[in-house]
Design a protein around this ligand. Structure first.
Ligand SMILES: [Fe+2]
Ligand SMILES: [Fe+2]
Length: 322
């Protein structure tokens, strides 16, 4: 994987010369952000040891159906631990890359949002996200290596970074990606058997909650002021963004690295695919599957009235109730 990659973005930078606070709720959030800073180097118990078998993954809201498969149960203990380690590292690598995307986006928001309170707050988010990158990188290295970013996540982050309107960045990152991250971290906190990771995701989720609040407060204020064509463009952007991660392509995109990791630890991939198809791809299994977009993202988009009659069918086509 190349270590540097360039994307060219149409960023409009706004100076603001009246410095008085004009969005009080954002100023309050800025004050809160200053109080809630923590230090990834010293406020996390790095001295604790990690048992890779107990780190866990996020699948299906904490219950991991893969572990119930016969081909996993038949695996020798050391291979099972090896696979667990790789899966956790792969998943946390996605969060690591997402955190970097968030850091880049927060930097853009400092430049491009029109209000001083919005700029102040976004500047605190830059350091929050830097801390998240720091903490997840250090933790992933404990387990295995950093895995490449999955293409759909990269497409979403690049769409946000390359978006023309700052409101698109705010919706794509602060409302969609941050809600997903916050929900995932809360779920990980409940599901993991590793105390270090539990503390990391607890601290991180506390920051992400502020980041989501920023998006909701700001968009509640701004969306009604937008001209119809631009507002429609933001609605479409939200739908396309959700589609990148919740759409039908994503299941295959998620499956490919898993199969590769299984192959690497010596599992017969054909046997694994057959068993997973029989047990996980049935309509009942699909219907009962936890959907983080339904739980975490749709309610937030509704709170800012961004799912409209015009875009609702697109969400329903992805199996989301709106
Ligand atoms: Fe973050
Ligand atoms: Fe964040």
């Amino acid at each position: 994987m190349a270590t540097l990659e360039e994307i060219v973005t149409p960023l409009k930078t706004l100076w603001r010369f009246d410095y008085d606070s004009n969005v009080k709720a954002l100023r309050d959030l800025y004050e809160l952000a200053k109080k809630e800073q923590w230090n990834a180097a010293t406020d996390v118990p790095w001295e604790l040891e990690t048992d890779p078998a107990r780190v866990g993954t996020l699948d299906m809201g904490g219950e991991d159906p893969i572990l119930e498969m016969d081909f996993i149960k038949e695996l020798p203990e050391d291979k099972r631990v090896d696979l667990a380690k790789r899966r956790s590292a792969w998943q946390l690598s996605q969060f690591l890359h997402g955190e970097q995307g968030a850091m880049l986006c927060a930097g853009q928001l400092v430049e491009t949002v029109p209000d001083m309170d919005g700029k102040f707050y976004a500047s605190t988010q830059v350091i929050d996200e830097a801390r998240h990158v720091e903490v997840f990188h250090r933790y992933v290295k404990r387990l295995d290596r950093v895995y490449p970013i999955m293409p759909n996540l990269k497409a979403l982050l690049n769409a946000v970074l390359g978006a023309e309107l700052w409101q698109m960045k705010c919706v794509g990152m602060q409302v969609i990606a941050e809600s997903l991250a916050m929900g995932s971290f809360k779920m990980m906190k409940k599901g993991t058997g590793d105390e270090l990771l539990r503390q990391i995701v607890e601290l991180t989720a506390q920051d992400e909650a502020r980041h989501v609040s920023y998006g909701l407060i700001y968009m509640k204020e701004e969306l009604p002021k937008m001209a119809e064509d631009e507002r429609n463009a933001v609605e479409d952007f939200a739908l396309a963004g959700v589609g990148l991660l919740a759409g039908p392509d994503n299941e295959a995109a998620l499956g490919a690295p898993l199969l590769q990791m299984m192959g690497e630890v010596g599992i017969d991939v054909d046997v694994a695919v057959a068993e997973m198809a029989a047990k996980l791809a049935t309509p009942e299994a699909r219907a009962s599957r936890f959907n983080p977009f339904q739980e975490y993202v749709v309610p937030q988009l509704k709170r800012i009235d961004l799912i409209t009659e015009r875009t609702a069918p697109g969400y329903r086509a992805m199996g989301l109730e709106v």
